[in-house]
Write a protein that binds this ligand. Structure first.
Ligand code: ATP
Ligand code: MG
Length: 587
């Protein structure tokens, strides 16, 4: 599949909005309640942002409510660290939940509903091993085999389930299964496991429970308990919908939520899926969950993406049943658009080369007026020092330039942005022949803003005054994975080692199993891009001394940069490149 280039017009409507409109019109629902239900087993990523925007914006549009619910039914992988991080990220995106809930607060109610199922003859305690249960589930073409424990009496099941709860059995010794149809064409309906024994400390309920409900059983009950009307999830849950409806019907919950599925957001050159991201954190491949190269919300925040840009991206990419893979550059496009008028424009020299202006008086410094944003006059001007010694970008000088090179070379004159014309008179080299300094002359008549137009130059270069320049570190990023990896995954080629794992293509069962036994296919790590981080030392303007973490700037020609919140210090700022100025993505 080719990366899709979405329409740049706002998505006027989408199928979920249409469903809500007709539910309200027909009176099937009188209000809209949605929820964002993350499992607190990792940090949120851009894919989650898609779901957050959808849930909050759709409810808001119809005057409804949105809950933030932690789907914390698996104590093995969950942690309060993640709960706090998720709350921070949702707020940062700009949303306020109308209620904060924990699925674990409903464990008593869920237990009661499981007991109700047993009483109705719709659930039984199975003593087969997990492997045996999987083997007897059957296939798409072969029905499942009923468990020898399937026809236990209600009384025996009640006693056994009570004993499971009381801790009488070892992990994995018994499970509770729904009793539905071992021959159902939908494998999810072949007596799915609804409770299992897990001895693990839960971040919320402590050691109160040693049995925990399975996600597929818990989720519809959570929705019903909270009065959710439209339970929006991603496509891998589509085959679960019959079981969702079965739970709502047979557990006799007063509220009757409905589930709707949309396609997961996929981006080029990246993996989403918390377990892959967690692996990269655990193996120290990245600098934590908030590494600026990570597609996590904390990562892109540290990199400098704005919530406004992410929301616009989520809105413009629409909601569909069959999404393609979206070019990461399309997200970057929204970041540029958002920062264009907001970020002050200043000068930074990333790879410095010293220039001495030989005819400028020694010991003199003057202040020049420079605009803060040529596209946004309201950002005003600032004063920048100019003196005999400055730094320019090493790539802005060539001793033997090719044709059409309009920057500095011996004998050529260029404009220093917001300052004067300078002409290269002499090149100083070290013993190895490396250029270490340029000697130039300047023409006082050419001062910026003076209206000088007696002659023109073709090149304008940026610079910073040397004596007051602030030494700075610049961190330049490329995708974490090699370009080809994303591309061939996008094209669905069978070229195995090149494909990045795609969470959206795993079934729910596969995901749950993988998560349960902690297995992660690590082969995607062979596709890491060794050049994803470049650290450079250079200089920024003297007035950047006051830059605070998360301040954003456009550095002339280099792109947009964000002050890093982890490594930046007042005397020695560290800048993360958010995006370069030019887009490879044409909108
Ligand atoms: P992951 O595989 O990254 O752990 P998940 O789906 O297991 O993702 P949850 O914490 O269970 O993550 O999900 C919270 C909500 O976010 C769910 O409704 C889920 O469907 C949605 N979501 C997760 N990934 C995406 C994505 N890439 N695009 C859209 N929605 C997503
Ligand atoms: Mg998950």
């Amino acid at each position: 599949m080719e990366p899709t280039k979405p329409e740049s017009k706002p998505a006027a409507t989408h199928f979920i909005k249409s469903i809500i409109e007709s539910d309200l019109a027909s009176g099937r629902e009188s209000t809209v309640v949605t929820r964002f239900p993350p499992e607190p087993n990792g940090y949120l990523h851009i894919g989650h942002a898609k779901s957050i925007c959808l849930n909050f914006e759709v409810a808001d549009e119809f005057g409804g409510r949105t809950h933030l619910r932690f789907d914390d039914t698996n104590p093995l992988k969950e942690d309060v660290e993640y709960v706090e991080a998720i709350k921070r990220d949702v707020k940062w995106l700009g949303f306020e939940w109308d209620g904060l809930f924990f699925a674990s607060d409903y464990f008593d109610k869920m237990y009661e509903r499981a007991v109700l199922l047993i009483r109705k003859g719709l659930a039984y305690v199975d003593e087969q091993s997990a492997d045996r249960i999987r083997e007897t589930r059957g296939t798409l073409t072969k029905p499942g085999t009923p468990s020898p424990f399937r026809d236990r009496s209600v009384e025996e099941n009640l006693t056994q389930f009570e004993q499971m709860r009381a801790g009488a059995f070892k992990n994995g010794e018994k499970v509770l299964r729904a009793k539905i149809d071992m021959a159902s064409p939908n494998i999810n309906m072949r007596d799915p496991v609804i409770y299992r024994i897990v001895r693990a400390h839960h971040h919320n309920t402590g050691d109160k429970w040693c049995i925990y409900p399975m996600y597929a059983f818990a989720h519809p009950l959570e929705d019903a308990i909270e009065g959710v009307t439209h339970s929006i999830c991603t496509l891998e849950f589509e085959d679960q919908r019959p079981f969702y409806d079965w739970v709502i019907r047979e557990c006799e919950t007063p509220a009757k939520p409905h589930q709707y599925e949309f396609a997961k957001l996929k981006l080029t050159d990246t993996v989403m899926g918390k377990r892959y991201l967690r692996l990269m954190v655990e193996e120290n491949i990245v600098d934590g969950w908030d590494d600026p190269r990570m597609p996590t919300l904390s990562g892109v925040r540290r990199r400098g993406f704005t919530p406004e840009a992410i929301r616009a991206f989520c809105r413009e990419t629409g909601v569909s049943k069959s999404a393609g893979i979206i070019d990461f550059g399309y997200l970057e496009h929204f970041v540029r658009e958002d920062l264009k008028l907001k970020a002050p424009r200043t000068m930074a020299v990333i790879d410095p080369l010293k220039v001495v202006i030989v005819n400028y008086p020694e010991g003199q410094t003057e202040l020049l007026e420079a605009e803060n944003n040529t596209e946004n006059e309201s950002m005003g001007t600032r004063q920048i020092p100019f003196s005999r010694e400055i730094y320019i970008e090493r790539e802005d000088f060539m001793e033997n330039p090719p044709p059409k090179y309009h920057r500095l070379y011996p004998g050529n004159e260029v404009r220093l942005k917001s300052a004067y014309f300078i002409k290269c008179e002499e090149v100083i080299k070290d013993a190895e022949g490396n250029v270490v300094e340029l000697r130039c002359t300047y023409d006082p008549a050419t001062k910026s803003g003076s209206g000088f137009n007696a002659r023109k130059v073709k090149g304008t270069i940026h610079w910073v005054e040397a004596s007051q320049a602030v030494p700075a570190e610049f961190r330049l990023f490329e995708p974490l994975f090699k370009k080809e990896a994303g591309a061939s995954a996008a094209q669905g080629e069978a070229a195995e080692p090149a494909a990045l794992p795609d969470e959206a293509e795993l079934g729910l069962q596969e995901q749950e199993e993988a998560e349960e036994n902690g297995t992660v296919d690590k082969s995607f790590l062979s596709q890491l891009n060794p050049g994803s981080l470049a650290v450079k030392m250079g200089f920024v303007e003297q007035n950047m001394q006051a830059a605070e973490p998360q301040d954003k700037f456009q550095f002339f020609r280099h792109g947009y940069f964000n002050v890093d919140s982890k490594y930046s210090t007042p005397g020695k700022p560290v800048f993360n490149r958010i995006v370069s100025l030019k887009s490879s993505f044409e909108v």
